[in-house]
Design a protein around this ligand. Structure first.
Ligand code: LLP
Length: 384
């Protein structure tokens, strides 16, 4: 179900563009919903992974909530039709207008990352005569064993409230009249493939729960964030992530208290495999020890390889000739504009269609207009 369109159909559109396999997206959403429902867990989709209208619409229709990290993401969620009581708002640097937007729309929860932020939310809520529901984002100091740019749950990271500060936080909370503690929130990182990291998180959450209870605080919600990784090496064999095992870890190791809800904020695992960046070969150029396949997609369309040295499987959909090695590069004036070095591809010529796989998450949404290039467009499996 990974990638299902004949190349002649794909080559009729102007490249580069994102191609979304809507059947795979819907099957993935079904799998998340089924496995989460098994335990009564609630999932808020992390909009930052992909806010394409059709993708987001499918996620809303499947009944998930929305996890936002900016005022514009909150707006987008509400415009798409997510109920305000299923919208949560995280982020280390919420501006006043963004907090006000959340307050005006009575969103479900602000995930708060510092004492000064808590005080500002209280002040702004007081001005509006509202009580803001907040969750404390706690830095659990658990190693996610992933790329350091996408590790968030270590004390050295800028995210969350460190554990030694919790005592102060609850003292401040007790003084504030316009915020109400709804829950505790964690997120340790992204593209996590070793489920043991999530077990470590559960054990840390259990310790912290004890601490809160000993201070007579009973959070209604425990939110453990997102982070489940996808298989970039084998997108067809593992098109749908193993949500069953993922949720089972939390069921097994996280000790929920009676009446407590467990929430998740999944991004990549819900949308990563349904997207493919489709591009066309412009030139084949001989280098010193290598051949370059210069394609019309660049790091402005997909920045992950340049920014995180991320691996994406690259396929030539037009050729069936014997395999050769190519450095697959974009047209942008940066040496980091490279999608893969010494990639095995069938003999490649100008005009061939190249698929860069597993780009549904942090692909289109991170596209930019560097070199004044156009933003990539998008097509959908049920349209072309
Ligand atoms: N919740 C919070 C608080 C987050 O910071 C993130 C992602 C998520 C949930 C969703 O995590 P996911 O399930 O997608 O792993 N641009 C990078 C990834 C950055 C992730 C940022 N935070 C990449 O392309 O790999």
């Amino acid at each position: 179900m990974g990638f299902n369109l004949p190349v002649d159909r794909l080559s009729q559109q102007q490249t580069p563009y994102y191609y979304y396999n809507m059947e795979l997206l819907n099957a993935t959403l079904d799998a998340v919903r089924t496995e989460a429902n098994e335990y009564g867990f609630k999932v808020h989709y992390a909009i930052k992974a992909n806010a394409n209208d059709r993708v987001l619409g499918a996620i809303k229709n499947a009944g998930f909530g929305a996890d936002c990290v900016s005022g514009n993401e909150v707006k987008k969620a509400l415009e798409t039709g997510f109920n305000s009581d299923s919208v949560v708002f995280a982020g280390v640097g919420k501006a006043d207008w963004e907090i006000n937007l959340g307050l005006e729309n009575d969103i479900a929860c602000f995930n708060v990352e510092s004492i000064p932020e808590l005080e500002i939310i209280n002040e702004l809520a007081e001005k509006k005569g509202k009580i803001a529901k907040v969750a404390l984002r706690i830095n659990p100091n658990v190693n996610a064993n992933t790329h350091h740019y996408i590790t968030t749950g270590l004390e050295e990271n800028k995210f969350g409230i460190n554990q030694w500060d919790l005592e102060n936080v609850i003292e401040v909370l007790a003084q504030l009249k316009n915020v109400e503690l709804e829950g505790i929130h964690f997120h340790i990182g992204s593209q996590i493939t070793d489920l043991l990291s999530f077990k470590d998180l559960c054990l840390r959450v259990n310790e912290l729960q004890k601490w809160f209870i000993s201070h007579h605080i009973f959070p209604k919600v425990v939110n453990v964030g997102g982070g489940l990784g996808i298989d970039y090496e084998q997108p067809d064999e593992n098109a749908i992530p193993d949500f069953k095992s993922f949720f089972r870890v939390f069921d097994e190791f996280l000790e929920l208290k009676p009446g407590q809800e467990l929430h998740f904020e999944l991004g990549r695992s819900m949308v990563g495999q349904c997207g493919t960046l489709i591009s066309r070969v412009l030139y084949i150029k001989n280098g010193v020890n290598t051949k370059f396949a210069i394609i019309d997609a660049g790091m402005s369309d997909l920045i992950r390889p340049a920014l995180y040295q991320a691996y994406h499987k690259i396929e030539n959909l037009s050729s069936t000739q014997a395999t050769e090695k190519y450095d697959v590069v974009g047209p942008i004036c940066e040496s980091s504009d490279c999608f893969g070095k010494a990639v095995d591809l069938p003999k490649t010529d100008r005009g061939d269609i190249i698929a860069i796989r597993s780009t549904g998450a942090y692909g289109e949404i991170m596209a930019n207009r560097y070199n004044l290039r156009e933003l990539p467009s998008a097509y959908y499996s049920d349209e072309i």
